[in-house]
Design a protein around this ligand. Structure first.
Ligand code: RP5
Length: 178
């Protein structure tokens, strides 16, 4: 087990998740099975030159590790968290409850209901602790990254410039009609 310091001792929790110096965005997933989808968010952030870290920390399988991670993010300089989960997708809500950073939720398709279960779990947060919820699957993953970039661009001219370049290139690819 990573960070296992031996019988009768408790390993330092920071050894159980990956940190990146200077990261502005943290992607957290409930399972490695979410990575093929969330890779698209990571790639978009990379394309925009935004330092980020990606971790699998399940809210129900590793609750203490998740709490420890949430408690570390603000002091390490992260600004936005992207939380992806499927099924009874409580991860984003738990993350939002344990940090004051904005939390962007990405509902995963998981194993049934085409992701509608995940979407409703995230979007129906009771009042008081918001999770900004995106579309199911890869579209939501990419849009969460773009939204994070838009927020960061309010105070970072370089990110703003890269985001505008992306938007301009995207517009150029739109087919003309007639
Ligand atoms: C959630 O359950 C994960 O976020 C994932 O989307 C879903 C299925 O997880 P696995 O059974 O594939 O690990 O916790």
């Amino acid at each position: 087990m990573p960070g296992d310091a031996g019988a009768g001792t408790i390993a330092p929790m920071t050894s159980q998740y990956k940190t990146v110096d200077g990261a502005l965005v943290g992607i957290v997933m409930g399972s490695t099975s979410d990575w093929p989808t969330m890779k698209a968010a990571s790639e978009m952030l990379k394309q925009l030159g935004i330092k980020h870290e990606s971790n699998v920390i399940s809210a129900h399988r590793a609750p203490e590790r998740l709490l420890d991670y949430c408690r570390s993010v603000e002091s390490r300089g992260l600004k936005i968290l992207i939380a992806a989960a499927g099924g009874a997708a409580h991860l984003a809500g738990v993350v939002a409850a344990n940090t004051h950073l904005p939390v962007l939720g990405c509902p995963m398709k998981a194993w049934s209901l085409e992701g509608l279960d995940s979407l409703l779990s995230m979007v129906q947060m009771p009042k008081g602790v918001p999770v900004a919820t995106f579309a199911i699957g890869e579209a939501g993953a990419v849009n969460a990254a773009l939204f994070a970039a838009a927020v960061l661009s309010l105070s970072d001219e370089e990110i703003r410039r890269k985001l505008l370049v992306f938007r301009t290139k995207q517009a150029e690819k739109v087919d003309e009609v007639g």
